[in-house]
Ligand binder design. Sequence first.
Ligand code: DSN
Length: 425
Amino acid sequence: MHADLKSPSSTILKRVRETVDANDRWRNQTINLIASENVLSSAARSVLDSDLLHRYAEGHPGGRYYEGTKYVDEIETLTAETMRRIFRAGWADVRPISGTVANEAVFSRIVPQGAPAIAHTVAGGGHISHARIGSLGKRTKNILAWPTLADGYSIDPAAARDLIAKEKPAVVVLGRSLFLFPEPVAELREVCQEAGTRILYDGAHVLGLIAAGTFQDPLREGADALNGSTHKTFFGPQRGVMLSGGEDEAFCKTLDKGVFPGSSSNHHLFSLPSLLVSALEVEAFGKDYATKTIQNAQALGGSLAKRGFTVAMADQGYTLSHQVAVDVSPFGGGKDVSARLCEQDIVCNMNLLPGEPGKMAFNPSGIRLGVQEMTRFGMGADEMDVIAELMHAAVTAARDVRAEVGALRDRFEDVQFGFTPADLL
Ligand code: DSN
């Protein structure tokens, strides 16, 4: 049936197609440095559009509340098995539909109302779900900030141990959104055990690096639970995952209840096969990809510094992850600079710098850059240097760089480190 060609709905329908196509065309011409995003392989994309878009599957394979789930049961079982294998985890739940939903599932079950907790502040790079105004804040407002060293970024392990021993928090949250260096999980393990404190490691940003063994190994170092989103350095579709060692069955059962019925019912089945394909890609290509991603982040930091930018944590080599943070206050601050870069087709976000007060969140000094997507398109250190040059030209308004950005992207159009649809046949 065709809509009346003069009706408002027909105009809007046409606009839906136009905007989606325009976004596709534009994003293919941009250098995307948003640190929380990535792109799917052609194989992982090819299984997104299926009948599973329409279906429900509450509970677990073998214990569903709906009939008709025999095929999704198989996919879900294989996905959980693959995740357990990749992370050497005794227990995995692949049902959370995002990292925040995974966090909600943990907080809702292990944090008694009003109990003390320790997490990074948003100014300290923490995620909004760890904050008083976020998911953890629904359980408790008694959220203490991690004490930091003079660099304003690193947790002070001695002061942190004292704080845990004194407050005996229900949970401590490690992992952040501005995530440059590993967290001191091993250093805090013993005091947490003595205090009856659970360690939640939010590995959303660095999940692909953890999978590859190139960052840190939270479950071996002492984290009780490892949560993450599956679409940043772990380059799958937009979902979440919860992992645990599995030795403490009662704890895993508690987490399981936190996912269903605690924080989700159906779990967006259409993207589960895509997660399985992506997880198998992480297993096959993840080490090479993660190694190159970290090298590229360090190269971008060096190339920006060479051009006069102040890159955060320079004395510690800028980063051991996919991210770098840059002080752009001499060029007008993070809000203005990120907007100017976007006008030139270089996409990133404004960000508080380590040590900067939270009240500056809407006009911070910094920008956060993530190289994980450009690395997946096959870029290396030479391209990082070109990106630094284009950013410098854009930020100093030396010239319009959109044509150069587009030309660079034209050379890197195909997603690497993945399978093709033919590999699924
Ligand atoms: N806040 C997002 C980020 O780090 O970009 C993730 O949820």
